[in-house]
Design a protein around this ligand. Structure first.
Ligand SMILES: Nc1nc2c(ncn2[C@@H]2O[C@H](COP(=O)(O)OP(=O)(O)OP(=O)(O)O)[C@@H](O)[C@H]2O)c(=O)[nH]1
Ligand SMILES: [Mg+2]
Length: 363
């Protein structure tokens, strides 16, 4: 058979002709069917009983992109709703390396010391990083990952931030129905995901590190404003002094912010997740926050506001997807874009053409 590498100039090299791929390696192999899905009622019953396998399965349906799975998931969530709400939802953020995983391990054991259950969820829209962090978190949350009262679920991967966040929000409902009375939602503190976490938790904890120079550099004002508590990690060894300095700087910076709607002035503390120093103090602060907002009514106000936010967020997300995934719209957008870039139409006229076509043809 002719092959370019069988040319005489390649001495010592012969490429043999291959054999055709047989139609099936084993024609007698019967494809094993996947276990059929339990009914919605069975799933709800399993979740409410606290069955972890059923809970995991339902969360997988929530995360699934398959519209059929999505429909089942929505029904399950709806039926779980009456059993949900009875938990403390705590958001935990910090830049990569701040010590979130290490801290969640000790914080988790601390909240579980008197019983109860804890679900650790995450929002991380960058699916690439998620793959790595599953491995990382398994080793860094070593005590929590084997604790019978803990349910650890990595971030739903892929999709827009809004989509990923909505899935986490829905997972909270399922976990609460399964009796998880403590929910931690972790996010990596580098961008927009903090806002998403903030919109689904009662308390937002910002983990910071003492660095060199101006401690407030690189921290977006918006993120500090969202925080109900700022904790400076790694206050151990020769880092204690710098951690205290950072604490003072954060305290004075916070004084310049207006009092938040909760009426609660955020506190700043130092601790060490690794050496387990100051953990009880951090949780005393969080306990006081819950006492405070439950007494002044803000706890319920915030949850109601969040429910409303998620209703609109879901509508926005679905509309966006419906519009941009439409093949005709894709084509019209490409045409419109070309005309705009060619200076033959204005942006507004091109947008109007696409939108008119969408609404008039009920695409
Ligand atoms: N000295 C000291 N080191 C700590 C402490 N907490 C965490 N570390 C170390 O800091 C590094 C990062 O900790 P992680 O818990 O993985 O940090 P993370 O915020 O989860 O990081 P990402 O998952 O990458 O976003 C690890 O090497 C930890 O051992 C602490 O309290 N003191
Ligand atoms: Mg981590």
């Amino acid at each position: 058979m002719h092959h370019p590498e069988n040319d005489d100039c390649y001495t010592g090299l012969t490429v043999n002709s291959g054999v055709a791929q047989p139609p099936s390696v084993n024609p007698y192999l019967v494809r094993r069917r996947r276990k059929p899905l339990p009914s919605v009622a069975e799933m709800v019953e399993g979740i409410v009983k606290g069955d972890v396998t059923t809970l995991s399965r339902a969360v997988t349906l929530v995360e699934s992109l398959n519209p059929e799975h999505q429909a089942i998931a929505q029904e399950v969530i709806e039926k779980c709703l009456p059993y949900s709400g009875n938990s403390r939802r705590i958001g935990i953020t910090g830049v990569p390396g701040a010590g979130k995983s290490t801290s969640i391990d000790v914080f988790g054991l601390h909240v579980l010391r008197d019983g109860g259950k804890l679900a650790v969820l995450a929002i991380d829209p960058s699916s690439e990083r998620t793959k790595g962090s599953i491995l990382g978190d398994k080793t860094r949350m070593e005590k929590l990952s084997v604790h019978p009262g803990a349910f650890i679920r990595p971030s739903p991967s892929a999709g827009s931030l809004g989509g990923v966040a909505r899935k986490t929000r829905e997972t909270i409902v399922l976990c609460e129905a399964a009796g998880y009375n403590n929910i931690f939602v972790e996010t990596v503190g580098v961008g927009q995901s903090e806002t998403a976490v903030h919109s689904m938790v009662d308390f937002f904890l910002l983990i910071q590190l003492a660095g060199t120079g101006d401690e407030l550099q690189g921290i977006k004002r918006g993120i500090m404003e969202m925080a109900d508590g700022i904790v400076i990690n790694k206050a151990d060894g020769d880092n204690i002094e710098r951690a205290n300095l950072a604490m003072a700087q954060f305290k004075s910076a916070l004084r310049l912010f207006p009092t938040p709607a909760s009426g609660w002035s955020p506190e700043v503390l130092t601790y060490s997740g690794y050496y387990e120093i100051g953990i009880a103090e951090v949780w005393k602060m969080i306990d006081s926050y819950f006492d405070f907002v439950k007494a002044n009514g803000y706890f319920d106000v915030k949850r109601a506001e969040q429910s409303r936010f998620w209703m609109y967020e879901t509508i926005n997300e679905q509309l966006h997807r419906h519009f941009y995934n439409n093949p005709r719209i894709k084509q019209l957008l490409a045409e419109g874009e070309a005309l705009v870039l060619d200076h033959r139409r204005t942006s507004f006229a091109a947008a109007k053409t696409v939108l008119d076509s969408y609404f008039e043809n009920k695409l």
